[in-house]
Ligand binder design. Structure first.
Ligand SMILES: Nc1ncnc2c1ncn2[C@@H]1O[C@H](COP(=O)(O)OP(=O)(O)O)[C@@H](O)[C@H]1O
Ligand SMILES: [Mg+2]
Length: 410
């Protein structure tokens, strides 16, 4: 059988041909390899150079290699964070003509680390909780897409800390299965496997002395299930709202925030019977909102104010016609953010008379207006709108302030 390379991108086969396919992966000379940390695996996995890219090469039988390749392509199509499949190489033979196993090639996920390498650096428990949250987000997103992982574990996940966000990526799809929709039983089975695997992996780390003494492996396994359930419930609750009901959306965002999750993306679909809103959650680091708001808008605020302002910005963006996250033809977030500053943020702040603003800067004022709108809308059980909130704030809240005005403590 001749060597055959199935690849997604036509550039790859030529580059891949330069690798020593006639040798078992374990015997590849150093010059081809890239010494980066790897997680525990059943198969032989190595990182290699091709052109200016680093690839991960995994040796396994032809059928599972092709299957995993297809599943990873499906996940990519569904927008799930997972490693990128590049190619499958089949028909390998050694110099004596003896067959060698096929390989699956994925793009090395830059900036990612296997959990052992991360935890070995005596990671703080707070950071570990955030990583588990990121894994819960991944599992929920997989399940929402109809993917039963079949072997969710820390070894089959890659973690990345990126611009203040924690993200978990699926690295091993071999045991996975894609369905139109998962049953509750399928999800619970998957979740139970995750719990057992994760507790087991953490117990191993504990035995080797690499775990922070305050981390209980069993509790962590249970925690991930609880976080998953909370998030699942929040994301799948019935969500058909009367058109344009900003308050319902804000309530859901706030609930996600209270659970400790942020909104990475939001989509509003209009239909005659109401709007359906879907959220893609994410997990972020302390200080992330402040940096993100500063980057997008130039507004420098405290962290909790930044989070509220970003929520407002995100909800507003979702109403814009050219908002298309991930689509190169859509407007860039920076562009939308500047439009928001120009069309929403500034005019709103300007409607508060300067003599009433005291020492509050524009971002603080806007934050207070958002809080006031939230408070009034909760009381009214519907969205009272920003204009009404501003008017009420000027009329009732500001006059009661004693000079000098200070931002409200939260
Ligand atoms: N694309 C990739 N980027 C970064 N690391 C990878 C990649 N592919 C594999 N790895 C590393 O190799 C390890 C084993 O890969 P995996 O697919 O889980 O193999 P196995 O099926 O044998 O368990 C992973 O835990 C990860 O550390
Ligand atoms: Mg694996």
């Amino acid at each position: 059988m001749a060597l055959q390379i199935n690849a997604t991108n036509p550039e790859h086969p030529a580059l891949l041909l330069e690798l020593p396919w006639h040798l078992p992966l374990e015997e590849w000379p150093e010059k081809y390899l890239v010494p980066l940390p790897r997680g525990i695996s059943r198969h032989v996995v190595r990182y290699a150079h091709t052109g200016d890219e680093v690839i991960a090469v995994k040796e396994l039988a032809q059928r599972p290699a092709l299957r995993e390749y297809e599943l990873l392509r499906d996940l990519d199509r569904l927008g799930i964070p997972a490693v990128d499949p590049l190619a499958v190489v089949t028909g390998r033979t050694d110099p004596h003509g003896e067959p060698l196993e096929s390989v699956l090639i994925t793009r090395h996920l830059g900036g990612s680390m296997p959990y052992r390498s991360m935890f070995e650096t005596t990671m703080r428990p707070a950071t570990m909780h955030r990583l588990m949250d990121a894994l819960a987000v991944l599992l929920v997103r997989l399940h929402l897409a109809g993917f039963a992982w079949g072997d969710c574990s820390l070894s089959n996940t890659l973690f990345r800390r990126d611009a203040g966000a924690f993200a978990a990526y699926l690295v091993d799809a071999e045991t996975g299965d894609l369905h139109p929709e998962l049953t509750r039983g399928q999800r619970e089975y998957d979740l139970d496997l995750a719990r057992v695997n994760i507790s087991g992996e953490l117990l191993d780390l504990e035995a080797s002395g690499a775990l922070h003494p305050s981390v209980d492996p069993i509790d962590f396994g249970t925690e991930i299930c609880a976080r998953y359930q909370e998030l699942w419930k929040e994301l799948t609750r019935t969500s058909v709202y009367p058109a344009g009901k900003h308050h319902y959306i804000e309530r859901r965002i706030r609930r996600l925030n209270e659970l400790g999750f942020d909104v990475a993306e939001m989509q509003i679909e209009h239909a005659p019977n109401g709007d359906t809103v879907t959220f893609v959650p994410k997990v972020v680091d302390a200080g992330h909102h402040q940096r993100q708001l500063l980057r997008l808008t130039g507004l420098d605020t405290e962290e909790n104010q930044a989070r509220r302002l970003l929520n407002d910005l995100e909800s507003w963006m979702a109403t814009q016609d050219d908002y298309a996250p991930g689509d190169p033809l859509g407007a860039r977030p920076e562009v939308l953010a500047h439009r928001w500053v120009r069309e929403v943020f500034r005019p709103t702040v300007r409607s508060v008379p300067p003599e009433l603003r005291g020492q509050m800067d524009p971002a603080q004022i806007y934050h207070e207006l958002l809080e006031h709108r939230w408070y009034l809308s909760e009381r009214a059980q519907h969205d009272i709108g920003l204009d009404t909130a501003v008017e009420d704030y000027i009329r009732k809240v500001l006059p009661k302030r004693r000079e000098p005005l200070r931002p409200l403590e939260e």
